[in-house]
Design a protein around this ligand. Structure first.
Ligand code: HMG
Ligand code: MG
Length: 284
């Protein structure tokens, strides 16, 4: 079977929604452990407004404090030029811009229409000295607008690709997509972008993330975002539960004979460490 990469997003997407501020040293310890697990890319920071996402306010300190492993790319979210400048100063290896396929979520998440947010990304792609990844949220369902038209996803993917995003990650932000929806959406999206430049980013609210990964594998996708411990959610996506757990994706891919290059023991240890960082009231 083929090689499949898990892009670890736990230190960013997993932790960003935690209400109680997590100590910077704990975030650094999590990243340092993840750096020994075999990941090629780990999203560790988010240079967004601290008023919008207070948990990510120490992103520069996290990037300054981690022990960087050879061959690992440490990624950061950058919604605007100010975010890019901060990411460059903090020596992020790559950055990511994030758009939505639905207007309701775009407005709630970045206070801009889809077109306005895409227009903000053009100077980022022009100026960034490092690779830029793109996200598209609400690829199947939006918490504000309901079902998303696959043509809307394809249009945003095509625009991010035309700007120069090296890979576009397709986000089921509230984890409500069905395998059928993912199938129809990917038929539309792979018409405008090869599957080798796409990644799947499934939240697991409805317990269908692994099924959706299987559908994406059948369309040729070979990169999946996941968060150790299954933590996460977006503060501007009500009802969004955790990201699909890295441990679960790893076991699922292993069972199907795919090669991930990850050390399952370290991943499990990191999952425990991440779960221990949750606010007590959210611990189940
Ligand atoms: P705004 O209020 O429209 O813009 O926010 P603004 O320019 O008026 O800025 C508001 C304040 O933030 C100002 O401060 C700015 O200086 C400051 P004030 O003058 O009020 O003191 N500011 C910044 N501070 C630090 N870094 C920056 C920055 N930019 C402005 N880069 C904005 C617009 C985009 C800034 C805001 O809406 C925002 O930060 N949104 C981020 C929301 C977010 O991070 N959501 C979670 C990540 S996306 C996600 O989780 C989905 C994903 O996982 C995929 C999926 O699951 O679908 C990727
Ligand atoms: Mg997400």
């Amino acid at each position: 079977m083929s090689a499949v990469e898990i892009f670890e997003v736990g230190p960013r997407d997993g932790l960003q929604n935690e209400k109680a501020q997590i100590a910077t040293a704990d975030k650094i310890a999590l990243v340092d452990l993840l750096s020994t697990a075999g990941f090629k890319r780990i999203e560790v920071a988010s240079f967004v407004s601290p008023k919008w996402v207070p948990q990510m306010a120490d992103s520069a300190e996290v990037l300054a404090g981690i022990t960087r492993a050879n061959g690992v790319s440490y990624a950061a979210l950058t919604p605007n030029m100010r975010g890019l400048e901060a990411a460059i100063a903090a020596k992020a290896d790559e950055v990511a811009v994030f758009a939505s396929a639905s207007e309701g979520f775009s407005k709630a998440n970045v206070n801009a229409t889809i077109e306005e947010s895409l227009a903000r990304f053009v100077p980022i792609l022009d100026a960034a000295p490092m690779p830029v990844r793109g996200y598209v949220s609400c690829i199947a369902e939006c918490p504000y607008d309901g079902p998303t038209d696959p043509a809307d996803v394809a249009r945003v993917v095509a625009q991010l690709r035309a700007m120069g995003c090296y890979e576009i990650s397709l986000g089921d932000t509230i984890g409500r997509a069905t395998p059928e929806q993912i199938d129809v959406m990917l038929k539309a999206v792979t018409d405008v972008c090869p599957p080798t430049q796409l990644a799947g980013h499934f939240h697991d609210t409805s317990g269908r993330a692994l099924l959706n990964i299987d559908v994406a594998l059948s369309h040729g996708l070979r990169v999946f975002d996941a968060a150790v411990g299954g933590l996460g959610g977006c503060p501007y996506a009500p009802g969004a539960a955790g990201n699909v757990a890295t441990e679960a994706v790893l076991a699922h891919l292993d069972a199907a004979g795919h090669r991930t290059g990850l050390d399952a023991k370290i991943v499990a240890q990191a999952g425990e460490m991440a779960r221990a960082m949750r606010s007590p009231k959210e611990t189940t």
